[in-house]
Write a protein that binds this ligand. Structure first.
Ligand SMILES: NC(=O)c1ccc[n+]([C@@H]2O[C@H](COP(=O)([O-])OP(=O)(O)OC[C@H]3O[C@@H](n4cnc5c(N)ncnc54)[C@H](OP(=O)(O)O)[C@@H]3O)[C@@H](O)[C@H]2O)c1
Length: 396
């Protein structure tokens, strides 16, 4: 039986993880559920999965969680230990009882707990891409030194992980990551000036959290995935291609030096890669419908339009630059996406805010989680100023 901590249990990946657990209850026990502020959902997860520990983001959230558990009628003697904040997140990710941590908090908030889990040699099912985008060098050094297993949950990296098992790493010439192209794949560049958050949130193939959905519309998400893949599989950015594949059935391809290409194909449902991350190297019966090969299919592949989606190119450049450039890229993007969702800046200003932040924050070489969070904070502060300047320009 595997003992799990789920960081981000109330999110899209977290709830899908719990569904995988629900379907194979005899294989898993939940040690900790870690959430942000959605205490009602967390309370219902506590009732169903009976973790030993439950953690929320703030002390105020903790009080609300207590109210929710009381309202749900759970006797005090059956409550899990309740806690809040980063030290509690780290404790749940490093506890000796835990063998597998699913890292699915959104943003750098999840970095410290994930890093500490790696340092304790746990298996980490990694969904939180900001962990490697912001702290790739530090985290991968710890993976090597501490013998942790980082199994990617992100469908493209999960697909690559599977394809890479077919041959020697030295014989691999390219990694190809697919992208659906998002809701604006066919929208002319001129029309992008006027798109709304509702349009950007309408992803054609995946249902995900808000930030990753907007990042998918700008292709920033694919840029993050290029960075993440460089760290996970030791690729140079030039050896990773992105290809637009609107059907999202092929998740990743590996080209071997003899020109043979292996592709990983599965349903567009995150429960497949989540289950793989939990059971690897074993496999269980699919938690999702399998691809129906008796039905005719049309799969298309196109090169991406780097002019229309400048954040994808910027991601390649930041990874080439190295150091803290990708940390700043992530921080500025998070602020710009939040401002776009709040209607403060236009869609095209997301890329402008990110590019300007990058041009003004010097590149450094972080050695600790603290260094990374400091650069992250500085980058956010500047990005916020740039948002305010643009919001002012819009209303003036
Ligand atoms: N969704 C996907 O299909 C997918 C695919 C690949 C990779 N990913 C990556 O996986 C991560 C999660 O994505 P998602 O789509 O699941 O996001 P999401 O639905 O927005 O969920 C985010 C989770 O993080 C928690 N959280 C936010 N702030 C927190 C804080 N300060 N302290 C503790 N927990 C906090 C949220 O808790 P509350 O809701 O309780 O506030 C929620 O559980 C992201 O890095 C994303 O890029 C997602």
């Amino acid at each position: 039986m595997k003992t799990l901590t789920i960081l981000g249990s109330t999110g899209s990946i977290g709830t899908n993880t719990l569904d995988v657990v629900r379907r194979s209850r005899h294989l898993y026990q939940v040690y900790a559920l870690v959430a942000g502020s959605n205490v009602d959902l967390l309370a219902s997860q506590i009732l169903e999965f009976r973790p030993k520990v439950a953690v929320v983001a703030t002390s105020d959230g903790l009080a609300r969680l207590s109210d929710s558990l009381t309202a749900a009628g759970l006797p005090r003697a059956e409550w899990p230990e309740l806690a809040w904040g980063n030290p509690a997140r780290v404790q749940t990710a490093t506890a000796s009882e835990v063998d597998t941590v699913i890292s699915a908090i959104v943003g750098v908030t999840g970095l410290d707990a994930t890093y500490q889990a790696v340092r304790c040699g746990k298996r980490v099912g990694l969904a939180n891409k900001e962990v490697l985008v912001s702290g790739g060098q530090l985290v991968m050094k710890a993976v090597r030194e501490c013998g942790a297993e980082l199994v990617p949950v992100d469908s493209e990296h999960n697909g690559a992980h599977q394809c890479l098992r077919a041959g020697n790493r030295e014989a691999v010439s390219k990694l190809i990551l697919t992208a659906s192209g998002g809701p604006f794949r066919n929208t002319p560049r001129e029309a992008l000036a006027h798109v709304t958050p509702e349009q950007a949130l309408n992803h054609p193939t995946w249902r995900m959290g808000n930030r990753i959905t907007i990042d998918s519309a700008t292709l920033m998400n694919k840029g993050f995935e290029v960075i993440e893949a460089c760290w996970l599989f030791d690729f140079a950015p030039r050896d990773i291609d992105v290809v637009i594949h609107p059907q999202s059935s092929v998740h990743a391809m590996i080209e071997y030096s003899d020109g043979s290409v292996l592709a990983q194909v599965s349903a567009t449902d995150m429960r497949m890669p989540i289950q793989y991350a939990l059971t690897y190297p074993d496999r269980l019966e699919a938690p999702v419908p399998k691809v129906d090969w008796t039905k005719a299919k049309n799969w298309e592949f196109f090169p991406p339009d780097y002019e229309k989606f400048p954040l994808l190119r910027l991601a390649y450049q930041c990874q080439e630059t190295g150091g803290s450039a990708t940390c700043t890229l992530n921080a500025a993007d998070e602020i710009a996406v939040e401002a776009f969702l709040q209607g403060k800046i236009a869609y095209l200003a997301i890329a402008e805010v990110v590019a300007e932040t990058l041009s003004r924050i010097p590149v450094r070489h972080p050695r600790t989680v603290g260094d990374i969070l400091e650069i992250d904070g500085e980058s956010r502060e500047l990005a916020r100023e740039l948002v305010v300047a643009r919001a002012g320009a819009v209303t003036a």
